[in-house]
Design a protein around this ligand. Sequence first.
Ligand SMILES: [Zn+2]
Length: 239
Amino acid sequence: MAVKTFMFYQKEEKLTEHFTVGDFWAYAGHKEIKLDTQLAQIWEKIYARFGTRPMLRNKNNNYPYKPYAPQPSAGYRDAANWSGSRTSQHCYGRGVDFYVPGVAAYRLAQFVETLPEVGGIGLYLAKSGELEKVKHIHIDTRIKRARWGWSGWTSKTNTPGFGGIPCVFKKGHRSAAIEALQRKLNSLGYDAGSTDGIYGDKTVLAVKLFQRDNGLRADGVFGKDTNKKLGLFDWHKWS
Ligand SMILES: [Zn+2]
């Protein structure tokens, strides 16, 4: 993780194969921005996965939004001048709000859930049970996990945020959904270790044992079939 400060004249500077500093420049009026260059690497993964470039949500005014004062940050917003959290990861250059044209935002959320370098994920403009209406997502590179913006399936499992969105999980992944998985496995007597949301060796082994006992291929990867046997998440939105 490397947060750097970029000046206006550096906008054309390439961060990765497909993205420049300018792609993260939310307002023309900014003289400089702070930006964690890892965000560009994450965008590369998203581009590779969906075949369409991610775009800043406020750059193209893809839906009405309240404008914020120009400020040095990867996303936007002035810590002294906006109504949100003053410790927002945007203020450290570690957060970005974006969408991918033609891709449902909750699918982006499902995908970034699988990237261990993503610390925070937020869904915007969705109510419980309205995943289709999510317009854009927030990601950031904070060290600790954070999830917010949706409380659908997760409310059933006491999982904070929307992290209960089902996903394929394997070793090294972290997610609030994994916390719920660990809790479930532990309650069934499979020792998944501490419920820390991190898919480590103990969780892999617990999943393998559960799979073996239930006639599934014991590969230690949590996917649709394992989910079904565990009766853990509603999978109907997953594609
Ligand atoms: Zn944000």
